[in-house]
Design a protein around this ligand. Structure first.
Ligand code: UD1
Ligand code: CA
Length: 449
């Protein structure tokens, strides 16, 4: 018996005032719905069902990208959260065990909290995740005695007394699959919103003599995002948390408030991150590497002891082996740099394999794109690429080979060879000074006239 996950992501999110479906807005360089999926992964779900509606195709693409096995179901009309979960019934028909419902606009649920939710199922038929709200606002209220839950009342339907309750519903809940779908089938929509409320399953369960319990978590975890302002404050909260976590994990951040993390940034122990560094998605920096100021990294892997920046850009597929040096105004894309390789100044290295201890001089460019196709450049180990060499791909420079500064290399260079691909220099003795004299004389005569 496994656990199944149902993630609700059909709502329009009209308060975002956006063409993009709400759950695709990014928090820490990761769409909201993917945060929910990654949180749910802690439960090691046997099946993941995502309910889409508004912008369904777009949402489905992002979901499938993250988890090709996720099942997408469509809720054509948004009639309420119970109706939304109901759309997952067929997809889970043959799947025994529990179902956990998560909301696609609630990105911060911790794995420990989902564990606690699952554990509490040993004592209750339905378990709801609740929180004590400083300002309970429009959240649903939990009517409970201790950890025993009687009913959930939505804000719009609550009496004054019920609105005074500060124990709120996060919307996240867990129940046995067949019990949950039976209860959902009973949910009606005669309420202040005319919607099918998922939260009604608690009262319905109690009426059947089943038990319901509440597990509480920190309010910050259940933060739901409905507006751009909430998205911005959630981003702040995420960054603050990520910085603290990095510091606690043995990373030096010289100016923590200026470093931007992505949801999945991994920094090893004893990394040093200088001010104003941005980590996009999918970056791993291993122990003891240094990321110098004003660098931008995404989809990159930086090995031990490597030094990146200042002002470097690592794009997806940048693979830096140990002790690599990537210096100022250097861009690396879809390229592997072998151990100890150096690209220190003003260079573009794209679609390339660079051998260990190769040295690429200032202004080296891999000309990887012919306007239609991309081509690879291979540079052997220990090769020395002279400053301002244009490597017109596909091309290979052998191990320990040299290219002269300013060369345009269009043909392969064998191991150990010297390649010069530049026009021969012409030198005319005395002609420089003579030319300058003539120009100065012309200027003087113009000024007189
Ligand atoms: C819900 C809960 C409320 C809880 C709050 C916590 C219900 C009835 N109420 O209210 O008790 O305090 O969350 O944030 O569940 N969705 C669909 N299809 C629908 C309706 C909603 O997929 O037909 C999705 C939305 O896209 C969203 C999630 O379900 O991701 C929650 O819906 P929303 O309308 O935001 O519920 P709340 O009013 O916030
Ligand atoms: Ca909401």
């Amino acid at each position: 018996m496994g656990i199944s996950l149902v993630i609700l992501a059909a709502g329009q999110g009209s308060r975002m005032d956006s063409d993009l479906p709400k759950v695709l807005h990014s928090l820490a360089a990761c769409p909201l719905v993917v945060h929910a999926m990654r949180a749910g992964r802690a439960l090691d779900p046997a099946r993941v069902v995502v309910v889409v509606g508004h912008g369904g195709e777009q949402v489905a693409r992002v979901v499938t990208d993250e988890d090709p096995e996720a099942i997408i179901v469509t809720q054509t009309e948004q009639l309420g959260t119970a109706h939304a979960v109901g759309q997952a019934r067929a997809a889970l028909e043959d799947q025994p065990g529990d179902v956990v419902v998560l909301y696609g606009d609630t990105p911060f649920i911790r794995p420990e909290t989902l564990d606690a939710l699952q554990t509490a199922r040993a004592s209750h038929d339905v378990v709801v995740l609740g929180f004590h709200a400083a300002d309970p606002g429009r959240y649903g209220r939990l009517l409970a005695h201790g950890d025993r839950l009687e009913r959930i009342v939505e804000f719009k339907d609550a009496t004054e007394d019920e609105r005074a309750i500060t124990l709120c519903s996060s919307g996240v809940l867990c129940a046995d699959r067949s019990t949950l779908f039976d209860l959902i089938a009973q949910v009606g929509n005669t309420n202040a919103s005319g919607e099918y409320y998922l939260t009604d399953v608690v009262g319905l369960a109690r009426a059947r003599g089943l038990t319901a319990g509440v597990v509480t978590c920190n309010e910050a975890e259940t933060l739901g995002i409905n507006t751009r302002a909430e998205l911005a404050s959630a981003e702040l909260a995420f960054q603050a948390h990520a910085r603290t976590e990095a510091l606690e994990n043995g990373v030096t951040l010289q100016a923590p408030d200026t470093v931007i993390f992505a949801q999945d940034t991994y920094l090893g122990r004893d990394c040093v991150v200088e001010p104003y560094v941005v980590f996009g998605p999918d970056v791993t920096v291993e122990s003891g590497a240094t990321i110098r100021a004003f660098s931008h990294l995404e989809g990159a892997h930086v090995s031990r002891g490597a030094v990146v920046g200042p002002y470097a850009r690592l794009r997806p597929g940048a693979e830096l082996a140990e002790d690599v040096r990537v210096g100022n105004f250097v861009e690396i894309k879809n390229a592997q740099l072998g151990e100890g390789a150096k690209v220190n100044h003003l260079s573009y290295v794209g679609d390339a394999d660079v051998g260990a201890h190769a040295n690429l001089g200032a202004g080296t460019v891999t000309c990887n794109y012919d306007g239609v196709f991309k081509h690879r450049t291979t540079i052997g180990q220990g090769a020395f690429i002279g400053s301002s060499t244009m490597l017109v791909a596909p091309v290979t420079v052998g191990a320990d080979a040299l290219t002269g500064s300013g060369s345009v290399i269009t043909r392969d260079v064998p191991d150990g060879a010297l390649a010069l691909g530049r026009a021969d220099q012409v030198t005319k003795p005395g002609l420089g000074a003579k030319l300058m004299d003539r120009l100065r004389a012309r200027k003087a005569s113009q000024n007189k006239g």
